[in-house]
Design a protein around this ligand. Structure first.
Ligand SMILES: C[S@@+](CC[C@H](N)C(=O)[O-])C[C@H]1O[C@@H](n2cnc3c(N)ncnc32)[C@H](O)[C@@H]1O
Length: 217
């Protein structure tokens, strides 16, 4: 049994009000197709980060792009608490955070509702028998494809080269187009890169960061 590290989070997460859809108040079918109008109160491009973690990336991106709406999805409420604290303290209005399993993402978003996905340092699931759990497996790509509108994109970063190579094969199998790629992102001049918590950790110990931008249509 996995021991909970922060049992107080279940109460404390409610401090953030409508910013977080928590375990007690999970997103449901009723939000489907209505995220921009009803949750953000404005029509704008909707971008979703898959596996947001502690939210450093999403909070900076949302500040940089005030004209877009951002949603961060994270399985672990304890981890999402840190993301919520960052967004709350900086008073960033164009972000919502969901405790939710990406596996079920089609239950809460309507086809074509999302314009882009960000997927940063997802779990590599190194054993071959777990390949279907990788968030770049073709079964996930097909879900993302159904949710993305025309011109939909996925931005993907990982330090894990075997996962990156596997993902490139999956993108090809799904007929997607690689618009941009780097096998060593930090060796290039990319002034617009926003580092995630894991990116800081892995690049700090000398790991190369792989990056690609994938077009769905
Ligand atoms: C390795 S961490 C990376 C966190 C962050 N993106 C970063 O780069 O610092 C992967 C995160 O994805 C979350 N995650 C893994 N599988 C998930 C799923 N099926 N649904 C939602 N979140 C998931 C994990 O809980 C974890 O916080």
């Amino acid at each position: 049994m996995r021991l909970r590290k922060k049992p107080w989070v279940d109460e404390a997460i409610h401090e953030f009000g409508a910013l977080v859809l928590s375990k007690d108040n999970p997103p449901s079918e009723k939000q489907k197709g209505n995220w921009c109008r009803e949750i953000f109160g404005r029509e704008a491009e909707l971008c979703v980060e898959l596996g947001t973690g502690k939210g450093g990336f999403l909070s900076q991106l949302a500040e940089r792009c005030p004209d877009k709406n951002f949603i961060g999805i994270e399985l672990e409420q304890d981890v999402l608490y840190s993301a919520a604290k960052k967004v709350w303290e900086k008073e960033i209005g164009n972000v919502r955070l969901l405790v939710f399993d990406i596996h079920d993402i089609e239950e809460i978003f309507a086809p074509g509702e999302i314009q882009c996905f960000y997927l940063n340092f997802c779990d590599p699931w190194p054993k071959a028998r777990h390949a279907k759990r990788r968030l770049t497996h073709i079964s996930f790509l097909e879900k993302y494809r159904r949710l993305l509108g025309s011109g939909g994109k996925l931005f993907f970063k990982t330090d894990n080269r075997p996962l990156f190579d596997f993902s490139l094969e999956q993108f090809k199998e799904a007929g997607l187009i690689i618009a941009d790629i780097s096998y060593d992102l930090h060796a290039e001049v990319r002034s617009n890169n926003i580092m995630t918590e894991y990116e800081r950790k892995f690049s700090g110990v000398g790991e190369k960061i792989n990056y690609c931008e994938v077009l769905f249509s």
